[in-house]
Design a protein around this ligand. Sequence first.
Ligand code: ZN
Length: 317
Amino acid sequence: MTQHTPDDLWRDFPKTATEFEKRFATEEDCRAYWIEARWGGKPACARCGSTRVWTIREGTTLECAECDHQTSLTAGTVLEKTHKPLKMWFRAVFEISTRRTGISAMDLMRIMGFGSYRTAWTWLHKLRAALVRPEREPLGPFVQMDEALVGGKGGPHKELVLVAAEAGGRVRLAHAATNDKATLKRFADGQVAPDACVMTDGLASYDADSLGKRPHEAKVQTKAERRENDAVQGCHWTISLLKRWLLGTHAGAVAPKHLQAYLDEYAFRHNRRRTNGVGRIAARVIEQLVRRQPLTMRSLIDDTRPCRWFRKPELSA
Ligand SMILES: [Zn+2]
């Protein structure tokens, strides 16, 4: 049996609103795509694995011919227990994928006609969790590292964000409690190739303890020198665009405990800014909605998991 890869799926994903309306005109169209993304077109029983299944309850549930077990199409996925049609979810996926700067909960509420901000917010968080995935390829071969304070619109409270940026390339962002050597080391080890050349400003925490054997140049610059030739310009640009995005798209309404999710979305969009990838992004989101475990309301609101960049590195590459 040939398995369809996500690559087959995204090539086929609509890129314009008109194409989208046509391709996903009915709930059945969306279910067919969902079954393709989840089971490679061959749905199987969740209990015994048999592919002798048929759909019941207006297509929302599979029943197994071998063991009678019933499986909802969305059980065990991020969309588990959703009361809304897949068609609405697909529409929301399309909206966040086609807008280069993403979308706010207010925008989504208007577009989808939701009665409450809370519903829109919850949807957006589920989609945001699906939008990003851990990127395993570390940055290199020339990487700038810096840190900045972000947020605290009108107030004194600001959050520390660590930045690593390839010259003209990809970025990684991490919400951190401090910029001590141990924290910088975990960030560098997780995100920067062990043989990358690292450029930083004069902050003393960037040294052999935090950066290991990576060749390192620390440049102490005056404002005038920085204007002339900023040694960590990629980081400074990233931070200024990030701040503009948080204030623009999200009106600065980001709670510290959710900041990492926004940083991940920002980095995801930034790192794909040159690919004309509406289909690729949308297909990726649906693939992640299918594959990831359900997120409960509690886990969304009380998300106290440590920043994922700082978790123990997984052994499987
Ligand atoms: Zn079965």
